[in-house]
Design a protein around this ligand. Structure first.
Ligand code: PXP
Length: 238
């Protein structure tokens, strides 16, 4: 079974709705770890709509499992990552207007730019994961770049409206996972995964870690963080 990285961004979303100090994503991370989270993920967005710089620095000091910093491939974020030194960095595309991360990174179209950021991070000992769609050309380019990980974008699978297209998307993910492992990459996945759709992705051979946020935080708001994390770990086991 893959490990579970709990994305705590939306605890910060609730806090930022009032620009106050509660709920604190640091406390949420502690509770998630006590409940069995294997890692904590946070996305520092350019517009700081949820996670703040202070959160990233405190998470670095308090997370006892591993801390995955999601960020755009910009000079500002690179400087923060080099300073904070998360356990790994996941590079994601970012557009100001989007509600959430919409598609995977275009590695093929930005080989030089992304390659430079991957090298700068990995040369200082911070492994990099590239958030991409399960497309053969993107996987090949990620392997050429010698990124340690890719994170397969599960959004299309999660949004599929009928069984046929859901199975088709799952197939793409399975093929992508296989291709990536053969090329020497380690494979994570995430986006749009829920208690109801997580199992088939968790069961893909070689899948290492699932990064899951919205569904866990939604359940945590009603039943508490510890129960929400425990129930996700159960759902991943089928
Ligand atoms: N992985 C990546 C790269 C993401 O950008 C996000 C959303 O921030 C997630 C995983 C988690 O997605 P969700 O909140 O839909 O579980």
């Amino acid at each position: 079974m893959p490990t579970l990285g709990v994305n705590i961004d939306h605890i910060a979303t609730i806090r930022q709705a009032r620009r106050t100090v509660e709920p604190d994503p640091i406390a949420a991370a502690v509770l998630a770890e006590l409940a069995g989270a294997d890692g904590i993920t946070a996305h520092l967005r350019e517009d700081r709509r949820h996670i703040q710089d202070r959160d990233v620095r405190l998470l670095r000091q308090t997370v006892r499992t591993h801390f995955n910093l999601e960020m755009a491939a910009t000079d500002e974020m690179l400087a923060i990552a080099l300073d904070v030194k998360p356990d790994y960095v996941t590079l994601v595309p970012e557009k100001r207007e989007e509600v959430t991360t919409e598609g995977g990174l275009d590695i093929v179209g930005q080989l030089a730019r992304i390659g430079e950021i991957v090298d700068k991070l990995q040369n200082t000992g911070i492994p990099v994961s590239l958030f991409i769609d399960a497309e053969p050309a993107q996987i090949e380019a990620s392997a050429k770049m010698q990124a340690k990980f890719i994170e397969l974008h599960t959004g299309k699978y999660a949004e599929a409206q009928d069984e046929t297209s859901k199975n088709q998307e799952l197939n793409f993910l399975a093929q992508g996972c296989e291709q990536a492992i053969k090329a020497g990459l380690r494979v994570n996945a995430g986006h749009g995964l829920t208690y109801w759709n997580v199992y088939p992705v968790a069961a893909l051979p070689g899948m290492e870690e699932l990064n899951i946020g919205h569904t866990i935080i939604s359940r945590a708001a009603l039943v508490g963080m510890e129960r929400a994390v425990r129930e996700m770990k159960q759902a991943m086991m089928g």
